[in-house]
Each structure stands twice: as C-alpha cells, then as structure tokens.
Ligand binder design. Structure first.
Ligand code: ATP
Ligand code: MG
Length: 393
C-alpha cells in the first residue's frame, strides 16, 4: 500500500486558546527536525485543526514512521491514502480496494466514519457511511459491521481530494520539546541518566547535559560512550549542548583532604554545584539526575538530602521510585541500553571507598568540606574554565 500522507493525532487536554497554538507550532517544529534527515520531501502543515505530513513523491515509509514515533506530543500516527474525487462510484471502488489491500483477513468487523470538509459534496456523512459500508459488505461476504466496537474504523475525509485511513500507530505521547523550558541533565555513562533525560524531555523540556570525566583515570572511550548516549537521547529531545568537565583535580583534592568514606557524597556535591553553574549560565530551570532511592550508598534518603543540599535549582529525579528492571525496560525501549552497558570506567567508581557512608549527616559533610577551603575555589574555577562544550545531534 502506498500512503501519501500522515494524519497526526496529539493530546489536546489542557491546551486551549493561545497555548494550543504554541503547542501545535512546537510540535510542527519538532516534526520538521525529526524528518530532516529522512529520505523524502515532506510538507507539514495545519489544516482544519489537524496536523498533516504530506509526502511528496517517493519516501522511506519505515524511517518516516520511526522518526515520527520519537516526536513528543504525538499520540497517534495515521497513514493516509489520497484518492481523487471522481464521483461516488469510483470512491466505492477505491475504498473496497483499500480494504482489500490493508486487511487480507476479512473475518473482522468495521465501521465507516465519514467527515465532510467540502460541504458541496453531493452526499452527507450519514449517506456516505451507509453507502460505502454497503459496498464493502457486498465485496467481502465474511466481513461484518459493528458500529459500537469495530476492529477497523475506516475514516473517509472528503476534501479537495479524498483521504482514507484506518490505522493508528501509537506515538510517544508527552508534550513537544520547547513548550516547557530547558533543564540540565547530569549524564553519566550508566543506564539511569539517559532514561531520566528522556523522561523529563518527554514533558516538553529541552535538554543540556554535563558529563564529568577524570582523565587519565577515565579513558577517551568512556567519554565517547557518553557522547554516543547523548546522541541517542537527542533523537527524542533535539540537539543537546553537552558540557564535558575535567573533574580529575577536584577528585584528587577531595581524595587527599576528606575522609574516604565520605568521598562519593562530597564528589557528588561538587558535581551538582558545577552542573548548576552551567545550568544557570544557560537559563536551565532545573537539574536532572538518574538517582533512584536506595540503589547505591549515594542514593539513600540521607545521601540524596546531602547532595540536594548544595543545589538552589530544583533537582528532577524522574526514576526515583523505579526499580532497576523498570529503568532497564525504558532504556531498551529508547535504545540506550546496549550503549549504557558497554564496560567503560566511570569517574565515580575510580575513587570509591570500600565502605562508603550510607547515612551521611549534612553537618558532618559540611565540616569535612572545610578541609578543602584552601584550593577548592581555584579548582572549581579551573574546572569551569576548561570545560569542553559540544552540541550533540
Ligand atoms: P547512572 O546509571 O545514570 O550512571 P548510577 O546508578 O551509576 O546512575 P550514580 O553513579 O550514583 O548512579 O550516579 C547517580 C546520578 O548522578 C546519575 O544518574 C547521573 O545523573 C549523575 N552522575 C553520576 N556520575 C556522573 C558523571 N560522571 N557525570 C555526570 N553525571 C553523573
Ligand atoms: Mg553511574
């Protein structure tokens, strides 16, 4: 079957008045971005309160659908066949032909649902429903009509051309990126943080990301893995500005000056501070991490409180209540899992203590950090000033 267009269904709850236009315009912008590298020429436009992707000439169907399935805000993608209006007898033939090609198994139920965009059409919607229904019943003796719960809802839209569609391919839902500001993702090479970024972006939030590496203790390949993960997340979120911070000197300094069982917590506090620095610089409205309660020592309620303590921006932790398996399922769905499990070292794991504190006391941690007074500001400055920033798309 050759489809000439896609009708895009999107969630409309809560998007009335001015917000509706903002939502639709952002959705169209994201759809254009998603389709820009797909083989084919596409015209995306709003018409009579709907969004259509018209495909001009040949195009790659699979790739087009896969790309649209990554655009947040899309609830359903309906592949549409266009036929010329050459009289009702011809339309009957076209519709029977459509049903025949789309549904080889006729042992099913259907209902015709016509909409008349062109009011001058000689039949009204009810008549179109009845007459086309009859033509289908005549052509395929096994098929049945079910007006309440049909297996197939055959939509016929009468416009300058006639649009026929019946399939709805589910989209990702959510809201178009750009409708809800921007946030800074702390992106490591693990499983959780790419999922966290995906989940916040799904609510219409654009992403930037910060990655901390510790050369020469962490390799170029570990860094490349994070860039690759950012690329995979960017397929959904749009381009991600990635800040790559050299964290080695800060880590070594903490290692030198602070109790080893508090290392991870203190390191994580500095990560949050530095990420927040870049977040504020570029107008991000929050931080995002892949933390989940109790997953490791640095993610107990007390540890999360100690990490949170240094932030003034809200910290979003969308996987906070998820089990690892639930996070893995999303990682598989969004295609980051295989990259996440590649075995490269993470900067946190290199300096970890054998027995990290699991219930850090914030006051104790703050006191330990006083040992860093001499050089930490200078090291912080240096880390910020030597940042490598790339745009990943
Ligand atoms: P992930 O699977 O996302 O790496 P994790 O289970 O390994 O998470 P931690 O290492 O404790 O957990 O990290 C918790 C969160 O802190 C991560 O989800 C991420 O948001 C952030 N984070 C950890 N390490 C880094 C890093 N090297 N660079 C940037 N952010 C990091
Ligand atoms: Mg990690």
């Amino acid at each position: 079957m050759i489809f000439h267009a896609f009708l895009i269904k999107y969630g409309e709850i809560g998007i009335k008045g001015k917000n509706r236009y903002l939502f639709e315009d952002a959705l169209i912008r994201q759809m254009r971005y998603a389709l820009k590298d797909v083989d084919g020429t596409f015209d995306i436009h709003k018409s009579q309160g709907r969004i259509y992707v018209e495909c001009e000439g040949e195009y790659d169907y699979e790739e087009t659908v896969a790309s649209l399935k990554r655009v947040f805000g899309i609830v359903g993608i309906c592949p549409v066949v266009h036929v010329e209006d050459q009289g009702f007898e011809q339309l009957k033939k076209d519709v029977v032909d459509y049903m025949d090609q789309m549904y080889p198994n006729k042992n099913t139920t259907f209902k015709v649902e016509a909409r008349r965009g062109k009011k001058s059409y000689p039949k009204n919607s009810m008549e179109i429903n009845c007459d086309l229904g009859e033509a289908i019943l005549e052509a395929f003796p096994e098929i049945k009509v079910d007006v309440h719960k049909p297996e197939i809802k055959l939509n016929i839209e009468i416009r300058e051309q006639i649009y026929i569609y019946s399939e709805i391919i589910p989209g990702p839902g959510g809201m178009p990126v750009g409708t809800n500001g921007k946030a800074m993702l702390l992106l490591s090479g693990g499983i959780d943080s790419p999922v966290a970024g995906y989940m916040i972006s799904k609510r219409g939030v654009g992403l930037e990301a910060t990655y901390f590496h510790a050369p020469p203790y962490t390799s170029e390949r570990a860094k490349q893995k994070v860039i690759d993960l950012a690329k995979l997340v960017a397929k959904y979120s749009g381009p991600i500005k990635l800040h790559i911070v050299n964290f080695t000197d800060i880590q070594l300094y903490i290692y030198d000056k602070c109790p080893h069982d508090e290392l991870t917590i203190i390191m994580r506090r500095y990560m949050m501070k530095i990420a927040e620095h870049f977040a504020k610089e570029s107008g991000c409205l929050g931080l995002i991490t892949g933390e989940s309660i109790g997953q490791v020592a640095s993610q107990t309620m007390q540890s999360l409180a100690a990490t949170n303590d240094v932030c003034t921006l809200p910290v979003y932790r969308p996987v906070i209540g998820f089990d690892k398996q639930e996070i893995v399922e999303i990682a598989e769905k969004i295609d980051t899992y295989e990259t996440s499990i590649l075995p490269f070292e993470d900067c946190c794991t290199i300096f970890v203590a054998k027995h990290p504190v699991t219930k850090p006391n914030i006051n104790v941690i703050r006191r330990s950090e006083e040992n860093l007074a001499e050089k930490i500001d200078e090291l912080f400055e240096a880390a910020v000033n030597t940042v490598e920033t790339i745009v990943v798309k």
